[in-house]
Design a binder for this molecule. Structure first.
Ligand code: COA
Ligand code: MG
Length: 282
């Protein structure tokens, strides 16, 4: 289960040192927007030290690469450093992913193929999102709200971002990959109530987790994107009741005054499966 992903600028040792100990499921070491041009090469070179160090704390490490002539070198450095996945900005076609995967193969002789999480941030990517979601190595999908709004000549208000973010989310679900994000742009990280309600809303829509830029947000994402004890208890009860009802030849039944049938049972089973998977990984 990936509920929380914490961005850390790849050129700030003060943040990188403790990044693995903030409780995030994933630390995303950023080489892109958070790193000024003059520090990008140094940040790339730092991956060899920071990626293994952060992974030692038990979380996964993703690297956000630059979508420019730096792309391949950034990706190779991340792969060699042992990163679990690449966060790839401004992906506007599946072709980019095919070419990148080909370029990485020679550098993966002693490791498994590095995974891809494309960021959809432009209009072409938005309309090609289904092909991108089915691209090689893709196991998750996300959007860049600020960049999308800029690409549309719009302001990043919740109304503006809702529809494109849902398009990307639905493409992720259709492809059977993880969906990261919330239905608005990065909320002010100091506004904990707004963050909490945005995270709960996203979880209700089926998003798997979300990114943040400050460690104080991590516990909120972990709490809001993980099933609550009440939800787990409900799922167990539904699955147990269904076993009995099914044995008696009934597909639909009442439980605690609520109607239960196949899609509800499946939802309960999926919830329990997600927890089991999460346990197996951690
Ligand atoms: N990852 C890890 N640790 C972080 C962190 C981050 N993204 N942001 C802050 N911290 C740490 C600080 O080092 C400090 O640790 P300490 O108390 O142990 O010394 C603590 O959290 C509190 O930091 P704070 O003073 O509140 O933050 P700041 O004012 O120094 O920095 C930001 C605020 C927004 C500049 C900073 O959080 C940041 O750069 N975030 C990442 C931005 C990014 O990656 N953007 C790209 C994706 S959109
Ligand atoms: Mg961006």
């Amino acid at each position: 289960m990936i509920s929380s992903l914490l961005y850390v600028p790849g050129n700030v040792p003060r943040f990188l040192e403790k990044a693995g100990h903030r409780g995030a499921d994933v630390v995303i070491v950023d080489l892109e927007d958070a790193v000024p041009e003059g520090a990008k090469t140094e940040a790339r070179e730092g991956l060899a030290k920071w990626v293994p160090e952060i992974r030692q704390s038990g979380c996964q490490v993703f690297v956000r690469v630059n979508q420019s002539d730096r792309l391949v070198e950034d990706a190779v450095a991340a792969t060699r450093a042992g990163a679990d996945a690449l966060y790839i900005p401004k992906v506007d076609s599946a072709d980019i992913l095919v070419r990148l995967a080909d370029a990485l193969v020679p550098h993966e002789t002693d490791r498994s193929p590095i995974g891809f999480v494309p960021l959809i941030e432009e209009m072409k990517g938005l309309f090609d999102v289904r092909a991108i979601a089915h691209g090689p190595r893709v196991f998750g999908l996300t959007s860049g709200g600020e960049d999308l709004a800029t690409a549309m000549g719009a302001k990043p208000t919740p109304e503006v971002l809702r529809y494109p973010k849902l398009m990307i989310h639905y493409a992720a679900k259709e492809a059977g990959v993880l969906s990261f994000g919330m239905l608005r742009t990065t909320v002010d990280f100091a506004d904990k109530d707004a963050l909490r309600s945005a995270a709960i809303e996203a979880r209700d829509f089926g998003f798997d987790g979300a990114t943040c830029i400050h460690p104080s947000v991590v516990p909120i994402l972990n709490e809001c994107f993980s099933p609550s004890p009440e939800e787990v208890a409900w799922a167990r009860k539904v699955v147990a009741a269904n076993a009995g009802e099914a044995a008696a030849g009934r597909g639909a039944f009442m439980l605690d005054g609520k109607f239960i049938d196949a899609p509800i049972v499946t939802r309960a089973e999926n919830l329990l499966q997600r927890i089991e998977k999460g346990r197996a990984i951690s």
